[in-house]
Design a protein around this ligand. Structure first.
Ligand SMILES: *[C@@H]1O[C@H](CO)[C@@H](O)[C@H](O)[C@H]1NC(C)=O
Ligand SMILES: *[C@@H]1O[C@H](CO)[C@@H](O)[C@H](O)[C@H]1NC(C)=O
Ligand SMILES: *[C@@H]1O[C@H](CO)[C@@H](O)[C@H](O)[C@H]1NC(C)=O
Length: 366
């Protein structure tokens, strides 16, 4: 009995000590483009990459546009939800405070943004990855002055980092033929340029404290509706798909290398190219009914660059792989997120008891 009492005191003391110090939550910092934007471009009033229109967000919360470039959740939303992490608010949201950052992290992702500064220039306003990292440095200063350098260092080292850009560097830069990158580089040298730039950016993030970081690779971007309309028979652009595959191979090597080079770093690369490609080829196998045209479309006038209030919507949004000309639907994002969770081997931060892979009821649901 005396032993138990001592143990109790010990436990209480340890617990007491733990709540004395600042208890940091594990949060996410997200760097990305329109596939991860959770409202930043809404506040870039001159940006032409904007999802602040009906029918964006129709299957999210109250159904009003929220800045996400899809009908529902982004891949990062779903991965965060499934791993027990809060959804970080957009950096440009005027209600963002230090307390909110400490509880939820920050999302810097911006529609039209790329790894390269020059990408997406014709959108007029967008946050490139370098700019997003600068804004993150500002966030760090803010948090340091709030909780002190030591606690801030711990907070930023324990956080999870997502870096998800690259498709705009191709679709809205290299492949357009209107930027100097189109004629100054070839497929190989452009990829090297992207990888060198990404390497420098990831090293900066490591210097700033990032230890657990994942980079999302590219899907078969030659199959987005906007690329398909470029060919007379509506088939996927094979050259664009090949570039995505090369990006994924080079990115995967880069991240393996950085993970061994950088101290205490778990830097990972994962893509859902194969599974999305399979969905596009065999939509029925995954419960989809359409994998080549946008759910939100302007009838026969294609491509409409964005989903507009005057557009019409498909009957069943959950059966379309693509929401608009560029972006996957909520259902497709769920599939992509589940694939990435498998690839990255994510563990929940709140460590629940493991659920059986197949519940007893799953057999009768078929
Ligand atoms: C990219 O933009 C950032 C500002 O966001 C600037 O500091 C940096 O020098 C630029 N890099 C290049 C290579 O132009
Ligand atoms: C890893 O990076 C270093 C330094 O940039 C380079 O010398 C080395 O060849 C790379 N290794 C691999 C396996 O890519
Ligand atoms: C979608 O459903 C319709 C009606 O059931 C069917 O005729 C069509 O082949 C389906 N298309 C795809 C791509 O699954």
């Amino acid at each position: 009995m005396k032993l138990t009492a001592n143990l109790m005191i010990l436990i209480v003391t340890l617990f007491g000590a733990a709540i004395d110090g600042y208890h940091c939550k594990v949060v996410q910092f997200i760097f990305g483009d329109s596939l991860s934007d959770a409202g930043n471009n809404k506040y870039l009033s001159r940006s032409l990459a904007n999802a602040n229109l009906p029918w964006y967000g129709i299957d999210f919360g109250n159904g009003l546009p929220n800045g996400r470039f899809t009908n529902g959740r982004t891949v990062a939303d779903i991965i965060g939800d499934n791993t027990g992490l809060p959804r970080p608010p957009a950096f440009l949201d005027p209600s963002l405070t230090e307390d909110i950052i400490l509880e939820n992290g920050v999302n810097y992702a911006s529609g039209g943004g790329g790894i390269l500064n020059e990408t997406g220039g014709y959108f007029i306003q967008r946050l490139s990855l370098y700019r997003q990292i600068e804004l993150f440095q500002g966030t760090q200063e803010l948090i340091k002055s709030k909780i002190g350098n030591q606690e801030a260092e711990k907070f930023f080292q324990e956080a999870r980092y997502v870096v998800a850009l690259g498709s705009n560097d191709f679709i809205n830069n290299y492949l357009t033929g209107v930027y100097s990158d189109s004629w100054n580089y070839n497929d190989k040298s452009f990829l090297d340029y992207l990888m060198e730039t990404l390497e420098a950016q990831l090293k900066i993030l490591h210097k700033l404290g990032a230890r657990q970081l994942m980079v999302f690779g590219l899907g078969p971007m030659g199959c987005i509706p906007l690329q398909r309309v470029l060919s007379t028979d509506g088939s996927c652009q094979q050259r664009t798909n090949k570039l995505a595959i090369s990006f994924n191979q080079a990115g995967s090597k880069l991240l393996d290398n950085l993970s061994t080079q950088l101290a205490k770093a778990s830097f990972k690369f994962g893509d859902a190219y194969e599974v999305v490609n399979d969905v596009i080829t065999n939509p029925q196998k995954y419960g989809f009914n359409n994998s080549d045209s946008p759910c939100c479309s302007f009838g026969r006038i294609r491509p409409a660059l964005t989903c507009l209030p005057a557009s019409s919507l498909c009957k069943d949004r959950s059966k379309y792989v693509f929401w608009d000309e560029y972006h996957p639907s909520d259902s497709a994002n769920e599939l992509i997120a589940n694939e990435l969770i498998k690839k990255f081997g994510f563990l929940r931060v709140d460590a629940p008891s493991p659920a059986p892979a197949f519940g007893p009821s799953s057999e009768t649901d078929e």
